[in-house]
Design a binder for this molecule. Structure first.
Ligand code: HEC
Length: 110
């Protein structure tokens, strides 16, 4: 009985230890370093976060963990490859998109 308990405890620990890293702030909470990045965060929260929560994997893949160049991010947003909807300039202005890209790059460095 005691052994069964101990091994199930070990199993739980092993599973917990192997689970993928989540958003635990390893480097402290994200702090926007410039007004542009801060604006980008607001725009991202409004337009992107429902599918990419905080840049992490939601119903869409994570985008805070890969070195996507800015033009690819812009292309993805304007043309909506795959299951992602596209965003027109009326929905999301060029300046807003530029700030979103800055925000995502800052998030990745974080
Ligand atoms: C309605 C949900 C939804 C919204 C809103 C959304 N996305 Fe996406 N996004 C997706 C999905 C789904 C994919 C995966 C597309 C595929 O490859 O099929 C994706 C993929 C991406 C990729 C490519 C990721 C890769 O691995 O190459 C980028 C970059 C991206 N999104 C950025 C954004 C940005 C920036 C916004 C806000 C302007 C946004 N997305 C809003 C659903 C969404």
């Amino acid at each position: 009985m005691k052994r069964a308990l101990a091994s199930s405890l070990l199993l739980t620990l092993a599973i917990a230890g192997c689970s993928a890293r989540r958003s635990e702030p390893v480097a402290g909470p994200f702090q926007a370093a410039s007004p542009e990045v801060q604006r980008g965060e607001i725009v991202f929260d409004r337009h992107c976060s429902q599918c990419h929560p905080g840049g992490e994997k939601g119903i869409a893949p994570a985008i805070n963990n890969k070195p996507l160049p800015g033009f690819l991010i812009k292309f993805q947003v304007r043309h909506g490859i795959g299951a992602m909807p596209s965003f027109s300039r009326e929905q999301l202005g060029d300046e807003d998109l530029r700030d979103v890209v800055r925000y995502l790059k800052a998030l990745r460095r974080h």
